[in-house]
Design a protein. Structure first.
Length: 150
């Protein structure tokens, strides 16, 4: 996906099994952020930074949805542990990460594997992607502030 593309209508199912659709956010802006794994240091810092800035993001007209390939049960625990006020899509079949182009080959300690590339899409009120922040450009500890500064 690139800037100017329309985000997909069906985003997936959240931690409670509720279907999340793009049309639910019509007339709102949407922060759709993809992260590698629940309860890891960087992903927790990122989620908590967004949580801590959530009311300001809402004042600016943004809804927030997080996405990882973790299970709904994992998301439920992650949300409860960190008091996250936004839904987390359990993309266990990798359909959304692949559709959005954030499922890619990665490397750690010389070992190659496929995983989610940390990416945030800012989607406008009409469902079009306005901005993309990816990889090292995302400051996990201050991502909420980073989003507010855009």
């Amino acid at each position: 996906m690139q800037i100017g593309d329309r985000a997909p209508e069906i985003l997936g199912y959240d931690e409670d099994g509720q279907e999340i659709r793009l049309s639910q956010f019509q007339g709102q802006k949407l922060v759709l952020y993809f992260y590698p794994k629940d309860n890891t240091s960087g992903c927790t810092a990122e989620a908590c930074s967004i949580r801590d800035n959530y009311s300001e993001l809402r004042k600016k007209g943004y809804a927030v949805v997080g996405v990882s390939v973790d299970s709904a049960a994992s998301h439920q625990k992650f949300k409860a542990k960190h008091d996250l006020p936004f839904p987390l899509i359990a993309d266990t079949d990798h359909s959304l990460v692949e559709q959005m182009g954030v499922w890619a080959e990665k490397s750690m300690y010389g070992r190659k594997y496929f995983g989610t590339v940390r990416t945030t899409f800012l989607i406008n009120e009409d469902g079009l992607i306005e901005n993309i922040i990816q990889g090292k450009a995302i400051k996990t500890k201050t991502h909420g502030e980073q989003l507010l500064s855009l």
